[in-house]
Design a protein around this ligand. Structure first.
Ligand code: ZN
Length: 405
């Protein structure tokens, strides 16, 4: 899917061969970076095109989706020129309007380029919806290398989140029997490792973008987001919901560190004394009240989506089953944790090298908000993760308190 395209000759000659009209979608920044150049090249080649320039740093929200809807035609071929929000918007519109679509990434900043889903901001909350991956991705190495450092940090954070996403997937496979593809796990893992090893080297940005694109391709292969997203992404989405406007990958990169810490506390749990009938401390009404407090505006929806899950979490035979599985599979789970412990050190070194601060204050994130995110993000998506496990064991809040001092 990815084509490294010097001077966008590949893109122009591709567009020349299509009968659809290219619809260039940029924001003011990405127009300057290469949108303008691409439009001039199209003019030189006498290819007519449409152009929509959104305001700088436009979000993939209701307003911008509507703008794109109003401007695309039946025979548009969307060329999304940008990173996160631009691509998310394009991918969603292409899917909804059955339009063809290619992507021109301008930074290695996030994992969504090749993804079959879109993260839209609806009612202020990141919502994952079905979308369409691009037919092709035309990336210009010069542009990727010269992209702003903050975007590289974000992409790196997003990629490091795959380590915990893969851990959650394996955990879910072990404890609730969710399908897993070990070859996909291995392929994703390798892409992350390669990038991590080559930080500060000449091919770092190239590997970073390739790793991020790979995560989207692997999602398409398995038909869900497991290869790319786990509890670290849910925490990042909750922070977004609280209004933290940092780049997606920055939130994911930070959350990843806290999810690793939570995995580490698994080693300290006295597995022989886990009691399934303990820890159902909250009544259903108390739980609802908590959701009301922590999901203002959208609590009704969250309650509705989670009622069955909560019943399951509190179901004694389900809890007994999980605890039995933990005991039987403890070696396997320990080895997942041990791999993460080994990675933690390398990720931290990597963050240091690219000046990705791990200090919450530098990102203006309140500790209390991060705690809420770690506790309540499990209700954003019905996905089994280390957070869900701790919730079922009744230790989530206590463990979160311990890792954020
Ligand atoms: Zn991501």
């Amino acid at each position: 899917m990815l084509e490294w395209d010097e001077n966008f000759e590949g893109l122009i000659s591709f567009l020349k061969d299509q009968k659809e009209i290219p619809f260039l979608l940029c924001d003011e920044n990405t127009y300057k970076v290469c949108g303008e150049y691409i439009s001039k090249e199209l003019e030189k080649s006498r290819i007519s095109y449409d152009l929509l320039i959104l305001p700088p740093d436009a979000h993939s929200d209701e307003k911008n989706i509507c703008k794109v809807l109003l401007n695309t035609k039946e025979n548009s071929l969307i060329v999304s020129i940008g990173s996160g929000s631009i691509t998310d918007t394009a991918r969603f519109i292409a899917y909804k309007q059955r339009l063809r679509f290619v992507s021109v990434p301008t930074a290695p900043s996030m994992d969504g380029y090749a993804s079959p889903v879109s993260a839209l901001t609806i009612n202020g909350l990141k919502t994952t919806v079905s979308a369409k991956p691009p037919e092709k991705i035309f990336a210009n190495l010069n542009i990727i290398k010269n992209s702003p450092n903050i975007l590289k940090k974000a992409g790196f954070g997003d990629l490091m989140g795959k380590f915990t996403a893969l851990a959650d997937w394996r955990l879910s496979n072990i404890l609730i029997g969710e399908n897993i593809s070990l070859s996909v796990v291995e392929e994703m893992y390798k892409a992350c490792e390669d990038t991590l090893k080559n930080i500060e080297k000449d091919n770092f940005e190239k590997l970073l973008l390739e790793g991020l694109i790979k995560s989207g391709e692997l999602m398409t292969i398995v038909g869900n987001s497991r290869p790319a997203s786990g509890s670290e992404h849910h925490v990042a989405h909750y922070l977004e919901f609280l209004g933290y406007n940092l780049f997606h990958g920055i939130k994911v990169g930070l959350s990843t560190l806290y999810i690793i810490r939570l995995y580490k506390t698994f080693l300290k749990i006295d597995l022989d004394n886990l009691k399934y009938e303990n820890n159902i401390t909250k009544s259903f009404e108390e739980w609802k009240e908590e959701i009301r407090r922590n999901f203002p505006k959208i609590y009704d929806e969250i309650i509705k989506e989670n009622i069955e899950r909560i019943k399951k979490f509190n179901n004694l035979s389900f809890r007994r089953e999980i605890i039995e599985k933990i005991k039987i599979n403890k070696r396997k789970i320990y080895s997942i944790v041990e791999e993460l412990v080994e990675k933690e050190e390398k990720i931290l070194e990597g963050y240091k090298k690219i000046n990705f601060s791990t200090n919450l204050e530098d990102w203006k994130i309140e500790k209390e908000d991060l705690k809420r995110a770690l506790i309540y993000s499990i209700y954003i998506r019905d996905r089994f993760s280390i957070l869900t496990l701790y919730q079922i064991l009744g230790i989530l809040e206590g463990e979160v308190e311990k890792i954020i001092l």
